[in-house]
Design a protein around this ligand. Structure first.
Ligand code: FRU
Length: 496
């Protein structure tokens, strides 16, 4: 296959090396993966290869804005400390010169196999725009990757009737028995999002099996970045639909990521939808992807950003970061998310207040910081409003507010120094849970990492993620209520 832009990968790798060396480590998150230089979006190729975790990502190292997509690359042994590796793929072939879009990876016969979407994008001599998305493969050794000569491996002729050739992307691969399977996002003739299932015995020839599920005009338009995996006694189809409408606090306008709970019959390939919920209720979360670890844990990571807000810092040359990798567990019919347990090795300097009763604005000695794990369990509810102001000083703050009457939790970044008119507030319902002793508890666990917060409610029943670029001096934490609150507070610094 001819090389369209020769040297594109070498150039991108050079730009990347230079960029990384110029960015001071203090301007980055400490325990979240951030873009090496320039722009990052979706996690890609989240996989185990030779006993290490690899995480690729949509990447434009040439600027802080989205541009022709490369695959950036990093790896880790514990999901917390990430090592940047050289860029894995650049858009340098006839079938991907419009971008190497999202995809996934798998270890197969000792090789690291990447499945991704190639964007074919060119203007023909007669002025027509020739645009389509095709599925491609590359193989490598964990460092360098070669695109398969027979690419694309799935093109328009592999689509079901009415399937869009322009919106056909983000393959997620897995193996079961003798076969490889993959799910891909697509649109049908009505513009409804759908997920297609394919099967292959050799990674090169793929057979279309079925449409697993469709938006049915309810869950947005194009369905991006599908993933499909068993969890407990359910099968989960996770997708990121574009153009959704808000439904109470469950979904918000625009791009969402959702868990579709259901049952799957492996013999007939029928997926039966049971219910649909948001993956994350915060301001910045999209395009999550999962892997399974050797010890059987299902780990999910998402892009901590929103396409419409696209918040970028104005102090250095990177933009975009991932969420904490989160373990998914099905409990009482609900997916719980918790930060990978490996993070606990990095917790230091424990400070604890048990049964702390407050009835006014309160600062607790030692409870502050921007790189912390903060657990606040409320055990008595003599109030209507309770708030945690964090990343706080006289000028700035982030706010988490709990309205006990409405059982509603709000995240608010209005005063985090933004100068653009972007969405700053999001709400979700939050009910205290009941212990065996009949005591009620509302559990809030906040992970702060300089420019982000992830709030885990009640051991991960729901999560809210958000980014903000408040100056680091704003590191105070203030508790506030209109009544009386009794709470247990535990704080650790996270030291890498
Ligand atoms: C999701 C997405 C994918 C696409 C990629 C392009 O955020 O739109 O569907 O592959 O980003 O960068």
């Amino acid at each position: 296959m001819e090389q369209v832009k020769s040297g594109q990968l070498d150039l991108a790798r050079k730009i990347e090396r230079k960029g990384i060396s110029e960015i001071p480590a203090e301007t980055r998150p400490v325990y979240h993966l951030s873009s090496p230089v320039g722009w990052m979006n979706d996690p890609n190729g989240f996989s185990v290869y030779q006993e290490e975790y690899h995480l690729f990502f949509q990447y434009h190292p040439f600027s802080k804005a989205w541009g022709p997509m490369h695959w950036g690359h990093s790896k880790s042994r514990d999901f917390i400390r990430w090592e940047y590796l050289p860029i894995a793929m650049a858009p340098d072939k006839r079938y991907d010169k419009g971008g190497c879009y999202s995809g996934s990876a798998i270890e197969a016969e000792g090789e690291h196999v990447l499945m991704y979407t190639g964007v074919m994008d060119q203007y023909l001599e007669d002025g027509t725009h020739d645009y389509c998305q095709v599925q491609c493969m590359a193989k490598g050794d964990g460092l360098n990757y070669t695109k398969y000569d027979g690419n694309p491996v799935i093109a328009g002729d592999g689509l079901p009737e009415g399937g869009s050739t322009e919106n056909f992307r983000d393959p997620k691969i897995w193996k079961e028995g003798e076969y490889y399977y993959l799910v891909v996002g697509n649109c049908n003739a009505d513009g409804d999002g759908q997920v297609l299932l394919y099967r292959s015995g050799n990674l090169e020839q793929w057979e279309f099996l079925t449409v697993l599920d469709q938006s049915r005009s309810k869950y947005g338009k194009m369905w991006e970045c599908p993933d499909f995996f068993p969890l407990g006694n359910r099968q989960i189809l996770m997708v990121s639909p574009q153009d959704m409408r808000a439904a109470g606090y469950e979904f918000h306008n625009g791009n969402n990521s959702v868990f579709i709970y259901g049952h799957y019959d492996k013999l007939t390939y029928q997926f039966e939808r049971e219910k649909v919920t948001s993956v994350d209720y915060g301001l910045d979360f999209y395009a999550p992807q999962t892997l399974q670890t050797a010890d059987g844990r299902r780990i999910m990571v998402g892009w901590m950003q929103s396409w419409d807000a696209k918040l970028a810092n104005d102090f250095c040359n990177w933009t975009g970061m991932m969420t904490l990798p989160r373990e998914l567990v099905l409990k009482e019919g609900k997916i719980y998310q918790s930060p990978v347990r490996e993070l606990e090795f990095y917790r230091k300097n424990k400070i604890e207040y048990i049964g702390k009763r407050i009835s006014e604005t309160t600062v607790l000695e030692g409870i502050r910081g921007r790189v912390i794990d903060l657990q606040v369990d409320i055990t008595e509810f003599g109030f209507h409003h309770f708030a945690i102001h964090f990343a706080h000083n006289e000028e700035y703050e982030m706010l988490l507010q709990y309205n006990h009457l409405r059982k509603c939790l709000t995240i608010d970044r209005t005063h985090s120094g933004l100068v653009r008119d972007v969405v700053c507030r999001r709400k979700m319902t939050a009910e205290p849970f009941v212990l065996e002793t009949q005591e009620k508890v509302l559990g809030l666990r906040l992970f702060l990492d300089r420019y982000s917060v992830e709030v885990f409610l009640n051991g991960g029943e729901k999560v809210m993620s958000a980014i903000f670029h408040t100056p680091m001096e704003a590191d105070g934490i203030v508790f506030d209520t209109d009544g009386t609150v009794c709470m247990n507070v535990v704080k650790y610094d996270i030291c890498i």
